[in-house]
Structure formats: structure tokens, C-alpha cells
Write a protein that binds this ligand. Structure first.
Ligand code: URQ
Ligand code: ZN
Ligand code: ZN
Length: 480
């Protein structure tokens, strides 16, 4: 028997915070209450003056991703290890089949890559093409492999972009299966056109990246995906909502009773588009990711969306490329591999800019860093909650301790940190993963291969928004 007793802390769940000890036995939470006794041999963690929260869930990462002619720096071990150092104990990554590649073949490949993971993981599966075999494999993935979410890239023309026909086919299939469709909402046709226009004007540097992906390009795709989901009566999850346009599209749809959910990246909450005007190519290129970092005014829309409950989860889209890889686009910004890091820093950034700034309560912090992702992807309360029977995935949080975020101290293999130099107050002192202390006072004890693949059950028969069905009642036939 392996036991950890976390003593003297304040437990924070999505619904409340309360003084309690937490006893973990053999990887599960065995007791939550005051004055718990440690079984013989138990590891004791002193959580006095600290919070004890569900381990972070990052619903959007790309470890070991082959993309734009190269492969990300972090693999499933180094990426999940970095996450554990920041209090994130579960990631949901992506299987991204090449167009025409059988889904099951790609799924098996990613499963192999992820066996080295240090923390628990799961996969969204991207639909990058369509035929009857895709439809069939979606069924296999849901019914046999525990996949309950399918991703659709509306950007990346001539690569993995979905057209409307594929969106419609796949969304309908997701509804049949009780799976959540998710979208990367940028209009890939407009991006492609604007990229060509920038280059024809001689704009080839990283400053061309945001100019080719203005907020309107994201807003259009978000509205289109939401409209398609509405007509098909299927819920939809919009990843990396970065601007006012898409945040408002989600808020409007939700105010009409449509089941639309939104995700926000830690980077988009605090990094703005001035980074693309840095004269140093390496710095500007290091920030090339899609959707791009936006003008500062958009950040308020994102924070308000989280506070209002129109945006639900935070993520990182952790997808790290080094300077040499980013330099592939030295002469042409469209060739800079898109992606930035953050899996280690997300919780600290959200606490410092969210809780310390008075935007989020500790419970709302737990909602947007863990509980909501667990609920939306159907692994709650196994994950996302400090409660008896849940997995012993926890983070012990010292709200008074400070740290300066930097590439010099990060555990990611990336060679840049988009939060470089940011001093944060509130950091993890311990991370417990599957009931083991894997991070303690700066010492990381991540274990390669300790992570488990998480099956995520399909949603039940009332998955679609029945209420909307009534609102779209059949027109009464005209009496002739
Ligand atoms: O688009 C994504 O989510 C992947 C390809 C990561 N890259 C990025 O720029 N967001
Ligand atoms: Zn994306
Ligand atoms: Zn992504």
C-alpha cells in the first residue's frame, strides 16, 4: 500500500473551499476531512497555509506533433513532465491523421508515442478528411477506444483543413455517437488569401502572421461552426478562443440556449500582438501560433468570458518548436511552424492574473483549470475534483510564494518561454499524480511511462440540446 497524507491545507473544489486533510491510498483519494491520521509508512505533505486543488487538466496539447515539415520539441514524456512541474496532471492531446490516412492507423501511432507519458493522457481525434471509412472509424473510436471528442481544423488549407461538407458529415456522426465536436475556428480560405496578399506586398517576416489572421477571420469561422452545430442540434466546443469576435459569437449562441463551450489559452489571456513587432526575428517567430496573439483589448473579452461562464476551460496548445525550426520561415512567415509552449506555466499565470487580480475566485480557478474540462470531456469526478474515490491527482498551492517564469528554469524542451520574465505570486509546492508525490519544492520526479491512457465515455442520449429541437419545431403544413 502506498499512502500520502496532505495535512493542514484548504481544499478547493469548483463548488467550495474548506479546511481538510486529504488521504491518498494506492492512487485514489481515500479520505477528505479534518484530523486525518496517517497510516504507517505514509508520506506526509505539510499543506499548512496552502490550497489543495484538483490537478490541472490541459485539454489542448500537442506533444511530439509532426507539423509543417518538422516535429515539436516536447515528446509525451518531457511535455507531461513539464506539466507536472506546473501542477497539471492530465493532458488531452490530439491524434491528427493525414488526409486519406485511416483514423485507426493514426490513433495507434499516437497511442505508441504516448506510452512514455509521465502523467495521465487522453486524445481528441481530428477529422481531416471524409469517406465511409472515417465514419466507421469514428464509431470504433467512441465505442471501443473511449474517444468522445473529434477535432476539426477550419484553417490550414492544403493540409488538414475541413470544408463545410466534412464539418456537416462529422458533426452529424458525432451526434449519433454522443461525441463532442470541437473546432479550430479560423477561415482557412481567407487566411490563405491574406497570406498571399501579404507576401505580394513584400511582407515576409513574422509581422505578416497576425496580419493574415485578423480577428474577423476567427469570428467568421466560429459563427459558421456554431450555426452548423445549431442546425444539426449538436453541442460544440471551440478551442483557443482568442478574440472578442469569437467570444461574443459564443456568448450570443449560449444566450439563446445553444450548447456551445469555449476554451481560452493562458497565452491569449496575457500576451499581446506587440511581440510580432519585435525586431528580433527569433523573438517574433517564437510567438507565431494560430490564432495569433491579439491586440490587448481582446484579453478583457476573454477574461470576462471566463468570469461570465461563456468560456469554460483554459489550455495551452503546448506545441513547442526551437529557434532553428522557427527559422524555416526566415524568408516566408507562412513557413514558420505554428506553436508555442505553456503547459508548465498555465496554472501560475491563471492564478496570478486571474485570482490575484480579483477576476477569479479560487473555486472558479479550479473550474477553468480542471473541473470544467473534466465535465465537458466526461471524466468528472474521476478527475477535476478532490473527493473520495477520485484519482489522487492533486496540486498543493502556496499563494504567497513567488517565481519568475523563464526558459532558464522551465522543464519543457522548448528554447523559448512566452511568459519570459513574468513574476507570478502563487505557485505549486507539490504535485501528486496517481497518489505519488512527483513534484516537491522544485524537485521533479516524473517517471517515464507512468501515465495511463484515459478512456472517456460517450455522452448519454440527451446529449443534444433537446430544448433547441423544440424551438426548431416542424413548420405546420399549410391547409390547402
Ligand atoms: O492549430 C493548432 O492548434 C496546432 C496545429 C498547434 N499550433 C498552433 O499554432 N496553435
Ligand atoms: Zn488550433
Ligand atoms: Zn492545437
Amino acid at each position: 500500500m502506498s499512502a500520502v497524507l496532505i495535512q493542514g491545507g484548504t481544499v478547493v473544489n469548483a463548488d467550495r473551499e474548506f479546511r481538510a486533510d486529504v488521504l491518498c491510498v494506492d492512487g485514489q483519494i481515500a479520505a477528505v476531512g479534518e484530523g486525518l491520521q496517517a497510516p504507517p509508512g505514509a508520506t506526509i505533505v505539510d499543506a499548512g497555509g496552502q490550497y489543495v486543488m484538483p490537478g490541472g487538466i490541459d485539454p489542448h496539447t500537442h506533444m511530439q506533433l509532426p507539423f509543417m515539415g518538422t516535429v515539436t520539441q516536447d515528446d509525451f514524456f518531457t511535455g507531461t513532465a513539464a506539466g507536472l512541474a506546473g501542477g497539471t496532471t492530465t493532458i488531452i492531446d490530439f491524434v491528427i491523421p493525414n488526409p486519406q490516412q485511416p483514423l485507426m492507423e493514426a490513433y495507434k501511432t499516437w497511442r505508441g508515442w504516448a506510452e512514455k507519458a509521465a502523467s495521465d493522457y487522453s486524445f481528441h481525434v481530428a477529422i481531416t478528411w471524409w469517406d465511409e471509412s472515417v465514419r466507421r472509424d469514428m464509431g470504433t473510436l467512441v465505442q471501443e477506444e473511449g474517444v468522445n471528442s473529434f477535432k476539426h481544423f477550419m484553417a490550414y488549407k492544403n493540409a488538414i483543413m475541413c470544408d463545410d461538407e466534412t464539418l456537416v458529415n462529422s458533426f452529424r456522426r458525432a451526434l449519433e455517437l454522443g461525441a463532442m465536436p470541437t473546432v479550430h475556428a479560423e477561415n482557412g480560405e481567407l487566411v490563405f488569401l491574406l497570406q498571399q496578399e501579404m507576401k505580394s506586398k513584400g511582407i515576409t517576416g513574422p509581422e505578416g502572421h497576425p496580419l493574415s489572421r485578423p480577428p474577423a477571420v476567427e469570428g467568421e469561422a466560429a459563427q459558421r461552426a456554431i450555426a452548423i452545430a445549431d442546425v444539426l442540434n449538436v453541442p460544440i466546443y471551440v478551442v483557443h478562443v482568442s478574440c472578442t469576435e469569437s467570444a461574443e459569437a459564443i456568448a450570443l449562441a449560449r444566450s439563446r440556449g445553444q450548447r456551445v463551450y469555449g476554451e481560452v489559452l493562458a497565452g491569449h489571456l496575457v500576451v499581446d500582438d506587440s511581440v510580432y513587432r519585435d525586431p528580433d526575428f527569433d523573438i517574433a517567430a517564437a510567438h507565431v501560433m494560430s490564432p495569433p496573439f491579439r491586440a490587448k483589448r481582446h484579453q478583457e473579452s476573454l477574461w470576462r468570458g471566463l468570469q461570465a461562464g461563456h468560456l469554460h476551460t483554459t489550455a495551452t496548445d503546448h506545441c513547442t518548436f526551437c529557434a532553428a525550426q522557427k527559422a524555416m520561415g526566415k524568408a516566408d512567415f507562412t513557413k514558420i511552424p505554428n506553436g508555442t509552449g505553456g503547459v508548465e506555466e498555465r496554472l501560475m499565470v491563471l492564478w496570478d492574473s486571474g485570482v490575484n487580480a480579483g477576476r477569479l475566485t479560487p473555486s472558479e480557478f479550479v473550474s477553468v483549470t480542471s473541473a470544467n474540462a473534466a465535465k465537458l470531456f466526461n471524466i468528472y469526478p474521476r478527475k477535476g475534483c478532490v473527493a473520495v474515490g477520485a484519482d489522487a491527482d492533486l496540486v498543493v498551492w502556496d499563494p504567497t510564494a513567488t517565481k519568475t517564469l523563464s526558459v532558464k528554469t522551465q522543464h519543457s524542451k522548448g528554447d523559448y518561454n512566452i511568459f519570459e520574465g513574468r513574476e507570478v505570486k502563487g505557485i505549486p509546492t507539490h504535485t501528486i499524480s496517481q497518489g505519488k508525490v512527483v513534484f516537491a519544492h522544485g524537485e521533479l520526479r516524473a517517471e517515464m511511462g507512468a501515465g495511463r491512457y484515459l478512456k472517456r465515455p460517450a455522452f448519454g442520449p440527451n446529449f443534444h440540446a433537446l430544448g433547441r429541437k423544440a424551438a426548431l419545431a416542424e413548420p405546420t403544413p399549410v391547409a390547402r
